[in-house]
Design a protein around this ligand. Structure first.
Ligand code: BEZ
Length: 211
């Protein structure tokens, strides 16, 4: 069954390139991204895993861990990582799950047989420290993901969790935010010391609170 927003992320214990890991223990009190790719030794995947390695400090800055997954073996992952490091000019610095029995792929509904027979598609799950799923994304095999967009979403969901603001269309870090509808005008004025603008009763903005 598909994992939906707000669900508790299914827990699992799996072999990875960093040894056997229990997913919830590995997350601990941090944020996490679990992302699947179709296959080792394939071109788009090679660029994706290299890109994520190069962005690791940006995920760290957001207190967010990353874990990749495919249905290939841990031996294949280790061999492929050498190619990723060589061709992408980086060092893969996060665990890759070897989901050879498709246990995790089934738990997270990462195999979409009408698109890609037995391989995992490009799924992304952003998970909060409460282990709840904050974002799901599914991309086709031939389209590499935009990990800048995934960072942008992490910024947005963290702002909502920590500051009770939402973010408008095409929002970028530093832009004006939206006061969540659950706050009254009085509560919002008390909370957002930089002020609020009431454009409509349901559309109220405030400068980004953590800038
Ligand atoms: C790729 O990573 O390049 C890829 C993987 C599976 C199908 C198509 C492309």
């Amino acid at each position: 069954m598909a994992v939906k927003l707000g669900d508790t992320a299914p827990n699992f214990t799996a072999m990875t390139t960093e040894g056997e890991l229990n997913f919830h223990d590995w997350i601990g009190d941090k944020w996490a991204i679990l992302f699947s790719h179709p296959k080792d030794f394939t071109p788009v995947c090679t660029t994706e895993l290299g890109t994520v390695a190069k962005m690791k400090d940006q995920f760290d800055n957001r207190n967010c861990k990353v874990m990749a997954l495919s249905v290939d073996s841990v031996e294949d992952h280790h061999e492929w990582v050498k190619d990723i490091n060589e061709t992408q000019g980086t060092t893969v610095n996060y665990p890759i799950v070897a989901d050879t029995d498709r246990k995790v792929a089934d738990l997270y509904d990462m195999i979409h047989p009408n698109a890609l027979n037995t391989l995992t598609v490009r799924s992304v799950f952003v998970i909060g420290p409460d282990k709840k799923v904050k974002l799901t994304l599914t991309y086709p095999a031939a389209t590499g993901r935009n990990f800048d967009e995934i960072l942008r979403v992490v910024d947005s969901v963290q702002l909502t969790a920590n500051h009770m603001v939402a973010t408008p269309a095409n929002w970028k870090d530093g832009d004006t935010c939206i006061v969540v509808p659950s706050l009254s005008d009085d509560e919002a004025r008390a909370k957002f010391t930089k002020g609020i603008e009431v454009i409509k009763p349901y559309l109220r903005t405030t400068p980004q609170p953590n800038k």
